[in-house]
Design a protein around this ligand. Structure first.
Ligand code: ZN
Ligand code: ZN
Length: 190
């Protein structure tokens, strides 16, 4: 199959989807898909692969699919570098409605009747096989953390922190996280 994305034609053998499988697996086989994720064997495979948040590993349409979860439904947003970005663009997101998400090769998705525009609104599409994992409640795609967290603005620290763990001094010039914050500008004007 061919897909035209951003004006360029791609072979669907060389494209990957990152998002909730429920949008791209046909309703007629969705029950079967879920049954596989619920099996003890699939759960055990997931948990032995990655203890934190790996839900299950299943076989689907001849492919091995590693399925992740992150505490429920929601939208995970990313700000990618140029080399790690999906075809959707550097600022991209995917929504989760069935509580799970995965990398799936485009060739096995039930999307023949779906426009590319609709598909790109449901998940992220990559022309190089991406990586995906979840750790400490943070989703990583191509090792880029989701935007629920950020790097500590103090370049010496480099911790991954949530936005409300960032502290700023009253002059707005010194920034750091709850671990490293120190104001060193107060009094300099005197
Ligand atoms: Zn810090
Ligand atoms: Zn300061």
């Amino acid at each position: 199959m061919k897909r035209t994305i951003n004006g360029k034609e791609y072979d669907t053998n060389n494209l990957w989807y990152v998002g909730d499988p429920c949008y791209v697996v046909d309703d007629e086989v969705w029950y079967e898909f879920c049954q596989r994720t619920y099996s003890d064997k699939a759960k055990a495979a997931g948990h032995s692969y990655w203890e934190d948040h790996c839900d299950s590993i299943i076989q689907w349409d001849g492919e091995t699919i590693t399925i992740w979860s992150n505490g429920g439904d929601g939208t995970w947003e990313f700000s990618f570098t140029e080399t790690k970005k999906p075809l959707n663009g550097r600022r991209s997101s995917f929504g989760v409605d069935a509580g799970i998400f995965a990398i799936m090769p485009l060739k096995i998705l039930d999307i023949d009747m779906m426009t590319t525009e609709r598909l790109m609104g449901l998940g992220m599409i990559f022309d190089k096989e991406p990586t995906l994992h979840v750790e400490d409640g943070i989703v990583y795609v191509n090792d880029q953390h989701d935007e629920s967290v950020t790097e500590c603005p103090d370049f010496r620290c480099r911790r991954i922190v949530t936005w409300d763990e960032i502290e700023t001094c009253e002059n707005g010039t010194c920034e750091g996280c709850f671990q490293c914050f120190e104001c060193d500008c107060v009094g300099e004007e005197e």
